[in-house]
Design a protein around this ligand. Sequence first.
Ligand code: NAD
Ligand code: TYD
Length: 353
Amino acid sequence: MKSKNILVTGGAGFIGSHLVRLLVNKYPECNIINMDVLTYAGNLANLKDVEDKPNYTFVKCDICDFEKVKDVFTNHKIDHVIHLAAESHVDRSIIDPFSFAQTNIMGTLSLLQNAKFAWEGNFKGKLFYHVSTDEVYGSLGDKGFFLETTAYDPHSPYSASKASSDHFVRAFHDTYGLPTVISNCSNNYGSYQFPEKLIPLFINNICNNKPLPVYGKGENIRDWLFVNDHASAIDTIFSNGKLGDTYNIGGFNEWKNIDLIKVLIETTDRLLGRPKGTSDTLITYVTDRAGHDLRYAIDATKLKNELGWEPSLQFEEGIEKTVKWYLENKEWMENITSGAYEQYYADMYTTSK
Ligand code: NAD
Ligand code: TYD
């Protein structure tokens, strides 16, 4: 790749930090500018290993702050945007939909408008890449998969806000000719994920002998992809994706929640040297999430056929690596589960469940 200035938004979050690491190491000739406001989910400790690299810069900035974003585009001569900054947790969106509309819709619009102004008259060689979710497609029954052509049918305030942002990105492509691309990925797992999401939350609770709050009957199905594979898919689409197009990302790896939870218990107990079955009794069925989508499943055939991308890792290997990482990085977990997290946990799982 020729020397470019690449703006990654939300680079201090879970997926963003893996992507920033990949880009900084793979493209030493490019400048990677990580723009993040550092909400509860943003953590610069996720990027300790790249913070001193000469091609890496961190800028603390809210994507909704139009004027400040404009300065970032000007000061860093941004050529490409890979946009991940978002409010990302469904349960929080049920409690506070406004902040999801603000960040995910208005924040995306602020970035699009800034890209349009900054690049006006010379869109050649520019790219606005929007990272989205399979949740915009809604919920599947027992059969079928989400295709790039599946109609949008979001149910949660989170997925509704992401769907809206996807529509704005397409509108900027179709109306102004802004060079855009969108990808919609399935559930990610791996290191550095904030422990509000199922996998890190449950690993942490198993370690601490705390109840494992399974929503409903645990029969909902999610399609899990190792986060480094998501980052490599973004890199592939970023480099070779067709402008104006959409790509679904997934690993054909569906798990019923309760079956996945049993794998987490087995793996964590084993790696902690506990007898098999020790943590089975922690499983606690709690009130279901409102509007809980039954099943997500991505058909990623287009990405494989057109751009040659495939996941690198089998789930068994990925989950083993992931549990090991959380067990070996207790300090990282302790640092983010003190203070505000304790209040969130109490509100979410003690009062309402
Ligand atoms: P995350 O919650 O871990 O990280 C989000 C990051 O965005 C944080 O660093 C946060 O500080 C930053 N941020 C939030 N609001 C901001 C604002 N107003 N201005 C600047 N920065 C802000 O999220 P994630 O799981 O890494 O997800 C990243 C993206 O990928 C999101 O757009 C999400 O919708 C999408 N996605 C996530 C998954 C998944 O399984 N986690 C799957 C598919 C798509
Ligand atoms: P989550 O990690 O929040 O991702 P998403 O809602 O975006 O798919 O949840 C994954 C699945 O796990 C989802 O079906 C909800 C369920 N879940 C629980 O059963 N208990 C929990 O405490 C959490 C956080 C999720």
